[in-house]
Design a protein around this ligand. Structure first.
Ligand SMILES: C[S@@+](CC[C@H](N)C(=O)[O-])C[C@H]1O[C@@H](n2cnc3c(N)ncnc32)[C@H](O)[C@@H]1O
Length: 291
């Protein structure tokens, strides 16, 4: 079901198609799949809520992706590898499902990863504000029926309308483009508000590693939400640039992660640093408190 676009939408210029399959997508989507696989260990259905869903699927041979070539910093470096750690093997297998002839052309966005893992009674609730990406997303999921609902409204605000989920099991992905400054405080607020509505849910916030203060302060502001358990992981692919600009890596803050996640990440991150690292500044950090 698709609802009409809200009138109050800001002018958005970010298109994820320019960045699909880059190093940040590798980390985010590999962890996302691991979280869904954990939820699938129980029979009870879950809700997947994506506050900033993007277009769903990306053509890596399309104009946007070819212009930046960002897949060469990410999935392109994993595609031919035969020594993938288990978490990345599951991720690459899912991407291969979209590219059955073995040539990397289509890249799955977060909603597509979730749909691939969804069972009959699991549900996807997706928010996407950009009119073009919303159209693409709606057309990609046009056959999905009641299992997927897509809203062309603000995802930070929309989160309130879907929590708590009726099944009391959920994974929320908060993955803004941070193209507007207010994305930083609004993401912190959305996490805090989400936890007050449903303290038992798992929430994953993606953030860029940038040199500007808003981005540097975000992880500690997220930690201040004080969920019962949390995990923070960062992957730096190169040293911060001298001009102060550019994204040198990305991070994920996860509220209520499964207890199995730290070990999975420990087994994956050194390999990712070696494979995706672009200079001697490449590194990772992993912190967690899981009761
Ligand atoms: C980083 S991309 C999402 C990528 C996607 N989650 C994935 O992993 O495949 C961020 C998306 O949020 C959309 N967006 C920006 N502001 C929004 C808002 N306030 N509410 C919902 N979507 C928004 C952008 O148009 C863009 O498609």
């Amino acid at each position: 079901m698709v609802t009409p676009r809200a009138n109050l939408a800001p002018m958005l210029s970010y298109r994820h198609a320019f960045h699909a399959g880059n190093h940040a997508d590798v980390l985010k989507h590999a962890v996302l799949i691991a979280l869904l696989d954990y939820l699938n260990q129980k029979d009870k259905p879950w809700w997947y809520i994506d506050t900033h869903a993007g277009a769903g699927i990306y053509d890596l041979h399309g104009d946007y992706a070819r212009k930046t070539g960002e897949l060469d910093s990410g999935i392109g470096r994993l595609w031919e590898r035969t020594d993938l750690p288990p978490m990345l093997a599951s991720y690459v297998e899912l991407v291969r499902g979209l590219n059955p002839d073995g040539r990397l052309r289509l890249y799955p966005g977060s909603p597509w990863c979730a749909l691939r893992r969804a069972r009959r009674d699991d549900r996807l609730r997706l928010f996407e504000l950009h009119s073009s990406d919303h159209r693409l997303l709606a057309s990609t999921f046009s056959e999905a029926g009641r299992q997927v609902r897509i809203e062309a409204t603000d995802g930070h605000a929309g989160l309130k309308s879907v929590l708590p989920p009726p099944t009391r099991r959920s994974l929320v992905l908060i993955d803004p483009s941070y193209e507007v400054k207010s994305d930083y405080p609004r993401t912190v607020e959305a996490l805090k508000d989400g936890l007050t509505r449903f303290v038992g849910g798992t929430y994953m916030v993606w953030y860029p590693l940038l040199q500007k203060p808003d981005a540097r302060q975000l992880p500690s502001r997220l930690k201040a939400a004080r969920p019962p358990g949390w995990l923070n992981v960062t992957l730096t692919v190169h040293a911060p640039l001298k001009d102060g600009f550019g994204m040198h890596g990305s991070g994920l803050y996860i509220a209520n992660p499964p207890w199995t996640l730290p070990a999975l990440l420990e087994a994956t991150l050194p390999w990712l640093v070696k494979t995706l690292g672009q200079d001697s500044g490449a590194s990772y950090t992993l912190e967690h408190e899981i009761p």
